[in-house]
Design a protein around this ligand. Structure first.
Ligand SMILES: Nc1ncnc2c1ncn2[C@@H]1O[C@H](COP(=O)(O)OP(=O)(O)O)[C@@H](O)[C@H]1O
Ligand SMILES: [Mg+2]
Length: 364
């Protein structure tokens, strides 16, 4: 698009050049043929300038005015015998042709530029809208996640509360035997513990703390997880195998959080193999600046239709499960810029795989 503020300046420049050329032609005697030739060509300058600035109309009008100047000056300054009328006509026609053609090309270029600018404006508008929609989607997703969580939490709290209330009623209204008293108090204690565990896990999920990164030795971390998990196995005969690659680098992570993730996975593996037991293999290796940590079990496995749900908060197939272990693990790994995947083993059981970058540049 032509700039508005430059229109008067251009008009002035074009008129000045045109007038100056005409005046020079008028003042320089026809005998100075070389100067006359130069001036004749100089008329093209304002014509082309006008065509470029104001399109074919501007080019044509300037060419006509230039033609008039040129013809009048030639008639007035040269003796009738020294110019060729055909040559004069041809020159004026050339002025008009050059003015019009350059103007048409300039118009076409201006239209193309304006279309491009329009497209760029539309594209940037679409981009802005897309960004707004994306932000909106993120907000909606977060709201729906909070809604889902609250509904799940309410459901999870109601059951233990009902059990506690029922037991308390029995203890208050009836005269239970010592054995019954013991049994109902046991139920109350168990359900309180369950509620406490649920709330701790929920808080970990709802308000995860930022990872406190430090260079961590994975071998030690796995040892300590196996030590803790062995207690959780109770009487179930579990054999732990560790396959830690010798060349494993130190991993930049929050060791407490990663321990929690590995422990959640290992306890799930133990629970999946109860009551018969079996082997749990924990592998660690490095490929292309990423550490792969795997927990492989020989348990009951996960049905293919459940695979898409196990990372949802409160999804559990266990009577006393909270369904938050994998959600918490998933979230911790996301904060580390890593991933958690679950795969059914070819023969039996599951493999959970943690993928973490060896070095973090920033925490998400
Ligand atoms: N290693 C595993 N083998 C079989 N099923 C598993 C395994 N790990 C997780 N699951 C399934 O995923 C569900 C969700 O696990 P999790 O989030 O830890 O909650 P919870 O252990 O409290 O049920 C479990 O209830 C179980 O059905
Ligand atoms: Mg669990």
């Amino acid at each position: 698009m032509r700039k508005r503020q430059s229109v008067p300046v251009r008009t002035l420049l074009i008129s000045t050049t045109l007038l100056a050329t005409g005046l020079c032609q008028h003042l320089i005697p026809a005998s100075q043929v070389h100067w006359q030739f130069v001036l004749q060509r100089l008329y093209y300058l304002p014509i082309i300038l006008a065509a470029l600035s104001f399109g074919w109309r501007g080019g044509s009008i300037t060419a006509l005015i230039g033609g008039v100047f040129y013809s009048v000056n030639t008639f007035l300054t040269s003796p009738a015998s020294s110019y060729d009328l055909l040559d004069l006509d041809l020159e004026v026609t050339m002025f008009c042709l050059v003015g019009m053609m350059t103007g048409i090309l300039a118009d076409r270029e201006a239209r193309r530029k304006s279309t491009l600018e329009q497209t760029a404006r539309e594209l940037s508008k679409v981009y802005r809208e897309l960004q707004e929609n994306f932000e909106q989607m993120k907000r909606t997703e977060r709201l729906s996640a909070i809604g889902q969580l609250s509904a799940g939490l309410a459901h999870e709290i109601r059951n233990p509360l009902a059990a506690i209330e029922g037991s308390a009623d029995v203890l208050q209204n009836e005269t239970p035997s010592e054995k019954q008293r013991h049994e109902f108090l046991g139920i109350i204690q168990k359900e309180c513990r369950r509620l406490n565990r649920l709330l701790t896990n929920f808080l970990d999920f709802a308000k995860p703390r930022q990872p406190d990164l430090e260079m961590t030795e994975i071998g030690h971390l796995v040892d300590s997880v196996v030590g803790l998990a062995a207690h959780a196995a109770g009487g179930t005969p579990i054999m732990f195998n560790k396959e830690i690659a010798a060349s494993l680098p130190l991993l930049e992570c929050d060791p407490e959080q990663l321990k929690q993730v590995l422990l959640n996975l290992t306890i799930n593996a133990i629970q999946a193999m109860q009551p018969n037991g079996g082997e749990i293999t924990i592998k660690a290796q490095e490929r292309q600046q990423q550490v792969f940590l795997e927990v492989q079990d020989q348990g009951c496995g996960i049905l293919p239709e459940y695979l898409g749900k196990i990372f949802d908060p409160f999804f559990t197939t266990k009577n006393d499960g909270t369904g938050l272990g994998l959600s918490v693990a998933h979230q911790i790994l996301q904060q580390h810029g890593g991933q958690l995947t679950a795969e059914r083993n070819a023969e039996q059981g599951m493999t959970f795989r943690i993928i973490l970058p060896v070095k973090r540049t920033s925490v998400l």
